[in-house]
Design a protein around this ligand. Structure first.
Ligand code: FDA
Length: 310
């Protein structure tokens, strides 16, 4: 892992930096590249615009590792209202939650109850809930909660990270469920004994995991693969695999983050590929934003430019 990336990921944990950054106008301006606004209405308006461009969406309120159970219940209530707003506005917009935002650190049963409330509400509305994957210490607990959730409803999916050495085994253990998996490269600071340090290995792991889910032995079990990457080379490689194997359209979709690789998003939408754009919103954006900077340290120049232009 490069020094710049490492420093940015370490910075994402700093309360002091968070206080400083959230006060600075130039940082807030550069954040707007990646999120349409802090309120859910900003996110819903962006979802409506993306619908016009042919993309479905996923909404997520930023926040993680909450330390008060009341806050977890508040987040749950918030997402219940978001599901209602999505139905009222007839949007194809799912939700994505972090389990530590629903109280995983405090009380796993309470977290599961909160998730169950979201699943029941989503199922009644014909909607869908994604579970994000956080740092590697959370993988076992997250997969455990996902398995319990999947026993209640098929309208739930979980994120797996290609950079983790354990992920092929995790994927095999989930396959009998015919699961919905969002495959990502992975965004956290992880030690080399847990995650591949070299980008080349992460990319290859992503391709191998994705093709396993799109392969003939797995297709037909009802699984869904969210190909969640902005890596144009990987996207083209997977599209070629999909075309060669005549993989049905319902077996996969492309997923990208709001504001990243817009030309690639526009091209996929224009070519009628299934595309979902994840829109983040909320006030607690600092650690998430630092992870976006770490993905592409060149982004730090955009922050600097906003300082001069501001
Ligand atoms: P890679 O980092 O190789 O980037 C490929 C290209 O995309 C770059 O060359 C650049 O052009 C562009 N790009 C990528 N990131 C950029 C950025 N921040 N700014 C500007 N350009 C950028 N992670 C996780 O650990 N848990 C999770 O639950 C999720 N959830 C999730 C959902 C969705 C829908 C997406 C798309 C991603 C996530 N992630 C995630 C994040 C993921 O792990 C990963 O960090 C990012 O997607 C960046 O990796 P890429 O696959 O895009 O490849």
């Amino acid at each position: 892992m490069g020094l710049g990336r490492s420093a940015l990921l370490a910075g994402s944990q700093s309360a002091w930096l968070r206080r400083q950054a959230t006060r600075r106008g130039f940082v807030r301006r550069s954040v707007s590249r990646f999120m349409p606004g802090e309120s859910v209405d900003d996110a819903l308006a962006a979802a409506a615009r993306l619908r016009e461009q042919g993309a479905a969406t996923i909404l997520t309120r930023l926040g993680e590792n909450i330390s008060d159970a009341g806050e977890a219940d508040e987040v749950t209530g918030h997402y219940l209202r978001v599901l209602d707003a999505v139905s009222a506005q007839v949007l194809d917009a799912q939700i994505s939650v972090k389990l530590t935002q629903l109280g995983l650190d405090l009380d796993r049963e309470r977290c599961f109850r909160n998730l169950r409330a979201l699943l029941e509400h989503a199922a009644a509305a014909g909607n869908f809930v994604w579970i994000d994957m956080e740092g590697s210490d959370y993988v076992d607990a997250t997969l455990d909660v996902f398995r319990r959730a999947r026993a209640l409803s098929s309208r739930v999916g979980v994120c797996l990270q290609a950079y983790l050495r354990r992920t092929p085994a995790d994927l095999e253990s989930l396959l009998p469920l015919g699961p919905a998996i969002r495959l990502v490269k992975g965004a956290y600071k992880e030690p080399a004994d847990r995650a591949f340090p070299r980008k080349r290995d992460v990319d290859e792991s992503f391709f191998t995991l994705a093709t396993r889910l799109l392969g003939p032995e797995v297709l037909g079990a009802g699984s869904l693969l969210g190909i969640a990457t902005h890596d144009a080379r990987l996207v083209e490689r997977l599209r070629a695999f999909i075309a060669a194997g005549a993989v049905p359209e319902g077996a996969y979709e492309f997923e990208m983050l709001y504001g990243i690789q817009r030309p690639l998003q526009a091209r996929l939408a224009a070519e009628k590929a299934r595309l979902r754009v994840l829109i983040s919103y909320g006030e607690y954006w600092f650690p998430w934003y630092m992870r976006r900077l770490a993905e592409r340290p060149a982004n730090v120049w955009f922050v600097a430019r906003s300082l001069w232009s501001g």
